[in-house]
Ligand binder design. Structure first.
Ligand code: NAP
Length: 314
C-alpha cells in the first residue's frame, strides 16, 4: 500500500515531521538508521531547548519525540535510504524511496537526514580514528579520564564538547585557528572560566601522530608560521558538519556544500519532496529550528498530498 509521506531521518526534524504528519492522518513511514545516531541524540545536556529549564539529555529528548510520533501511529523502519526515483502510483505522480534491499512508494518525501561531523582531512586522522581520534565527546569522553585531550574547532560544538570533556579529563586544550571563539557567548564564558581548559590560538593541526594510539599533534602557528609538536592522549575534532545528502545523487538543487535549497515552506526543487533540519540550507542549525522546519515540512506535505488526492479543503 502507498505511503502518503516517507520521512527520511530520525533526528528532531524528522520526528517532529512525523508527529505533525501522523496527526494530519497521513500514512506516515519514518525511515532512518541509528548508526550514526542523530547529532541531537549524542548531545549531553541540551539547555537551550525551550521548556526544559533544568536541561534535558539529547538521547532522552529523542526518545520522547519518537514515543510521541508513535502515539499518533507513525510507523518506523530501520534502514538507510540509498536513492529516490520518480514513479507513478494509481495514476498519480509518486516517489520510490530505495532502502537497503527494498523500496517503498510514497506520494511525498521529507528529507531530514541531518549532517555528519566534518573531518579535518589530515594525515593520521583516519588511521587513529577510535584510537584517540573522536568526533563525539559523549560517546568517548569517559575513556579519557585523567588524560590530556585536545579539542579542535572554535564553534558551539567544540566549546560545548570541551566543557563536557573537562568533567573527565585532567586537561583540555582547545586549539583554534583564530584568536577568539565563534561559539555563543555563554559557552565562551564558561570555557574561559574553566580551570581545566586552556587555549591554543591561531593554530592549525597539520598531522595527528601516533602508531597505535594518539601521541601528539603536529601544529602550525598561523601568525609566526612555526611548527611544533603538541603531546596529548586524544584529539576531538569539531570543525563543522557536512550534510547527509549524497544519497540524493543530484536529484535536488543544493548549494556547493550539498545543503538542500528550499523555500520558506520547505519545498525543494522537486514537487512532492520537502526538506527540514540540518540538511537544509539555512542560517541557524539548532534543535528548535529543526523541529520548526519539521512541522512546516509536514504541513506542506499534507497540503500537497491532499491536493494530489483531490481532497484539499477549499
Ligand atoms: P561551526 O559553527 O561551523 O564551527 C566550526 C568551527 O571549526 C569554526 O570555529 C571553524 O573556524 C572551525 N574550522 C572549520 N574548519 C576547520 C579546519 N579545517 N581547521 C580548523 N578549524 C576549522 O560548527 P559547529 O560548532 O559544529 O556548529 C554547527 C551548528 O550547530 C551551528 O549552527 C551551531 O550554532 C549549532 N550548535 C549549537 C549548539 C547549541 O546551541 N548549544 C551546540 C552545538 C552546535 P572559524 O571560526 O575560523 O570558521
Amino acid at each position: 500500500m502507498n505511503n502518503d509521506v516517507v520521512i527520511i531521518g530520525q533526528g528532531p526534524a524528522g520526528l517532529t515531521a512525523a508527529i505533525y504528519a501522523s496527526r494530519a492522518r497521513l500514512k506516515t513511514l519514518v525511515v532512518g538508521n541509528f548508526n550514526p545516531p542523530s547529532q541531537a541524540a549524542i548531545t549531553g545536556d541540551i539547555e537551550n531547548y525551550p521548556g526544559f529549564p533544568e536541561a534535558i539529555g539529547g538521547f532522552d529528548l529523542m526518545e520522547k519525540l519518537k514515543k510521541q510520533a508513535g502515539k499518533f501511529s507513525a510507523e518506523f523502519k530501520t534502514s538507510d535510504a540509498v536513492n529516490i526515483k520518480e514513479t507513478e502510483s494509481e495514476g498519480k505522480k509518486a516517489w520510490q524511496v530505495e532502502l537497503m534491499g527494498e523500496s517503498v512508494t510514497t506520494l511525498s518525501v521529507i528529507i531530514a537526514t541531518g549532517a555528519s561531523p566534518r573531518k579535518l582531512g589530515v594525515s593520521g586522522e583516519d588511521k587513529l580514528r577510535g584510537k584517540g581520534v573522536s568526533y563525539c565527546a559523549v560517546c568517548d569522553g569517559a575513556l579519557f579520564k585523567e588524560k590530556h585531550v585536545a579539542v579542535i574547532g572554535g564553534g558551539d560544538t567544540a566549546v560545548e564538547e570541551a566543557l563536557f570533556l573537562a568533567k573527565f579529563a585532567k586537561k583540555v586544550t582547545l586549539i583554534h585557528r583564530k584568536d577568539r571563539l565563534r561559539a555563543t557567548k555563554i559557552l565562551q564564558e564558561r570555557a574561559l572560566a574553566n580551570k581545566k581548559i586552556d587555549f591554543m590560538w591561531n593554530s592549525i593541526v597539520n598531522e595527528i601522530l601516533g602508531e597505535r594510539v594518539v601521541k601528539a599533534l603536529k601544529l602550525k602557528n598561523l601568525k609566526d608560521k612555526k611548527e611544533s609538536e603538541f603531546p596529548c592522549d586524544g584529539a576531538f575534532i569539531f570543525v563543522g558538519y557536512t550534510p547527509n545528502t549524497d544519497f540524493l545523487k543530484g536529484l535536488l538543487k543544493t548549494d556547493r556544500e550539498g545543503y538542500v535549497i528550499a523555500d520558506d515552506n520547505m519545498k525543494t526543487s522537486k514537487m512532492g519532496i520537502f526538506v527540514c533540519g540540518d540538511a537544509r540550507k539555512k542560517l541557524l542549525r539548532q534543535i528548535v529550528t529543526a523541529c520548526g522546519d519539521g512541522a512546516t515540512a509536514a504541513f506542506s506535505a499534507r497540503l500537497y498530498v491532499e491536493e494530489l488526492k483531490g481532497i484539499a479543503y477549499k
